[in-house]
Design a protein around this ligand. Structure first.
Ligand SMILES: [Zn+2]
Length: 337
């Protein structure tokens, strides 16, 4: 858990409930997948256990007003009247979000699922998952991988070299990153592009399954085409594709798509050209993963969103304090103008 998140929780536990309620503002929250059992925390850290997810959903039901994204425009106009409003979202489009759908349907909680459409089209695993799988599970040895300047030495404990390598490839342009990830997958020596090894948690939904979720009331949004950050080193044409293609695919296969969430979505993962490409592709709103609460003064294509920790024992305390992130968010948004 990050230090910031720890401090947020401690403050949230100490402040009186009445004060916290008055601080509250509408927020966007997101999760990834939901699994019955996590076998490998180093690779499956994007997935809540079903039990923990149920606890989070029940707490949202008890302490907040979970609203559909179609309410966002009205809520943004009067955020002070929606102190307990939460918009719940899931990213990527893992097949196991069908477990989340069951939980949320039982509790009558609306949510939006942002999918990376190339992965729905092809079943290809998330590229960062592929990189981590190589780094943690390739046989011991020295590997020369395109666009990684130094040979990667894998032996014994892998955590440090894995994180260092991920950090080094994270801001590659997508074309180069595909070569890097392809070489890692080949070096691991597994099967084809859609091979998830033993990790069923990493399987993506199919279009049929997505249509099934949409028929149950889940709103479907876009999360780029290929799951790669739309950062400042990416070329403009690729940014346009990453913005426009998922909307085309979702509208062709499922139905209207008006909202977008950036892959990674943090401070260095979204460029000034990226949000303009998203705006120009016709989305009404787009979500980052910068902390903050929602307001109409913000750039609607750079809205804040909070990633739910694997366990969230005190959301009534922590969520109102997300507004502490608003000054930093505002500075960042101004810097991307
Ligand atoms: Zn994602």
């Amino acid at each position: 858990m990050s230090l910031k998140r720890k401090l947020l929780r401690q403050a949230g536990a100490l402040l009186p409930a009445g004060l916290l309620r008055s601080l509250g503002r509408p927020v966007a929250l997101f999760f990834h997948g939901v699994e019955r059992r996590i076998a490998d925390p180093a690779l499956q850290f994007n997935h809540h256990t079903l039990e923990d997810f149920h606890a989070i959903a029940a707490a949202l039901k008890a302490d907040f007003d979970v609203a559909p994204l179609t309410d966002l425009g009205a809520v943004l106009k009067r955020p002070e009247r929606h102190r307990r409003t939460v918009f719940l979202m899931s990213d990527d489009g893992y097949a196991n979000t069908q477990l989340a759908a069951d939980v949320l349907e039982d509790l009558h909680l609306p949510w939006t699922l942002f999918v990376s459409t190339e992965h729905i089209d092809t079943g290809a695993p998330n590229p960062m998952f592929q990189a981590r799988r190589f780094l943690h599970h390739a046989p011991d040895g020295v590997y020369r991988i395109p666009h990684v300047p130094e040979p990667i030495r894998l032996n014994g404990a892998r955590a440090a070299v894995a994180e260092e390598t991920i950090h080094g490839i994270r801001f590659l342009p997508a074309d180069a990153a595909r070569e890097t990830i392809g070489a890692m997958a080949a070096a691991l020596g597994r099967g084809g592009a859609a091979d998830n090894g033993d990790y069923s948690s990493e399987r993506f939904l199919t279009w049929d399954e997505l249509r099934g979720l949409a028929a149950r009331g889940v709103a479907i949004g876009a999360h780029a085409h290929w799951h790669w950050a739309m950062h400042p080193r990416e070329n403009p044409e690729m940014l346009r594709q990453q913005a426009a293609m998922p909307r085309q695919r979702i509208e062709a296969e499922v139905g209207p798509c008006r909202t977008f969430a950036y892959p990674f979505g943090n401070k260095r993962d979204v460029s000034a050209l990226a949000w303009r490409a998203v705006r120009d592709a016709g989305y009404d709103y787009a979500f980052t993963t910068m902390s903050g609460t929602l307001s109409a003064r913000q750039n609607p294509w750079l809205l804040p969103r909070y990633g739910l920790a694997l366990q969230e024992p005190n959301m009534a305390g922590t969520l109102p304090l997300l507004r502490l992130g608003n000054p930093r968010l505002a500075r960042w948004q101004r810097g991307l103008n």
